[in-house]
Write a protein that binds this ligand. Structure first.
Ligand code: F6R
Length: 365
């Protein structure tokens, strides 16, 4: 049931404040502010020195954010592969203490094959899954549920932000277990995570502004998405979302990679979406944006009030999000990217919930 919404995708975008909050509750005791694991998992992170993360598509971009979280907050080194490569690249797993898989459906064939491979190699396994009676949930040693509820739209939205929430809370949990995060810091970080539903809701309120922007985007045949640090995976996810449902060719890059090739694509017809909260990466991203502007690229800047006030270029279509601690930016900045893809697709008249050639769950390798 789509409720009052025209598509499941839009309904699912609007559900995010609620389901992100629910998912947080699975990993944080909201009365004490302490991280915890659900009953279906018993991971002792104090003994985890190295992790292998693997997933497909949007789950892979969530895992990429997860790697930044685990390395930053718990100092756990993370290997990361798309599942179709993890299974076959014969990476030695002897020093991997935990293999973590991320899947909405819990049925993705490549992710399942990778999970089985890790188990066969004797590695402890955990899965962040949205469907708790799925094959991956049954076979993983530890199950870490996202509480997004059923996701019908083929383009993943609420499952992604719930995966990010689970990963953020787990990274804090791991940091505490490894003595990298003090009890006071744990409380501060979980209090920050509790701000996510409100901030996601603020981001949803930008919809009409993004709809305007989508009218312009719908006239383009290519787009670039750039981000650094925590925003790099978001650039990839924003590009994936746009190409999946609007069929506009889009690429996401680490902003610093621009001058190593893709800058050749920039001319005055190229929209460049830049994800740039005013975080520790901001100054560096700003200089990349200036390089794009100098070549006539049309900049769409997702930032906050401080980032907008920095006036890094003369001309940009700027979308101003609330200011927030860094750990929340991937979750909140996902929203305008989803809305941009959604409204561009609506403008173009494509089948938003059932895009051509795609299936919700990919059960063949
Ligand atoms: C993107 C999308 C796909 C899935 C991928 C993995 O919007 O939906 O890229 O993320 O097929 O699916 P799950 O998470 O079910 O393993």
């Amino acid at each position: 049931d789509k409720g009052n919404h025209r598509h499941f995708m839009l309904k699912e975008i609007y559900e995010q404040p609620e389901v992100v909050g629910h998912t947080l509750g699975a990993f944080v005791d909201l009365t004490t502010g302490r991280t915890r694991l659900p009953a279906s998992a018993s991971i002792d992170f104090s003994t985890v020195g190295r992790m292998a993360l693997s997933a497909c598509g949007t789950g892979y971009y969530a895992a990429l954010v997860g790697r930044y979280y685990f390395e930053r907050y718990a100092r756990i080194a993370c290997d990361l592969d798309v599942a179709s490569e993890f299974r076959y690249r014969e990476s030695p797993l002897d020093d991997v203490d935990l293999a973590l898989f991320v899947s909405q459906s819990g049925e993705t064939a490549d992710t399942l094959a990778s999970l089985r491979h890790a188990k066969a190699e004797g590695v402890d396994t955990a899965a962040i899954v949205n469907v708790d009676e799925s094959t991956i949930a049954r076979e993983a040693a530890h199950v870490l549920p996202t509480l997004a509820g059923p996701e019908i739209g083929v383009a993943s939205t609420k499952a992604f932000t719930c995966q990010l929430m689970a990963l953020a809370a787990l990274a804090i949990r791991a940091g505490v277990a490894k003595g990298r995060i003090s009890p006071a810091q744990e409380l501060e970080l979980t209090r920050t995570l509790q701000e996510a539903p409100r901030l996601v809701n603020e981001a949803i309120k930008l919809e009409s502004q993004i709809e305007q922007l989508a009218r312009e985007m719908a006239t383009k045949s290519h787009a670039l998405f750039l981000g650094r640090g925590f925003s790099f995976p978001l650039a990839m996810e924003g590009a994936l979302k746009l190409k999946e449902i609007s069929y506009i060719h889009a690429e996401g890059y680490a902003a610093g990679e621009l001058k190593h090739g893709p800058i050749a694509l920039i001319d005055d017809t190229m929209p460049v979406v830049v994800i740039a909260p005013h975080d520790r990466s901001f100054e560096k991203t700003a200089s990349n944006v200036q390089e794009v502007a100098a070549r006539g690229g049309k900049i769409i800047l997702l930032t906050d009030a401080r980032g907008a006030a920095a006036r890094i270029v003369d001309e940009a279509y700027t979308i101003v999000l609330p200011e927030m601690p860094e750990i929340l930016t991937p979750i909140v900045y996902a929203i305008p990217l989803q809305l941009l893809a959604y409204h561009t697709a609506v403008q173009m008249g494509t089948d938003v919930d059932q895009p051509r050639n795609l299936a919700k769950s990919v059960t063949v390798e």
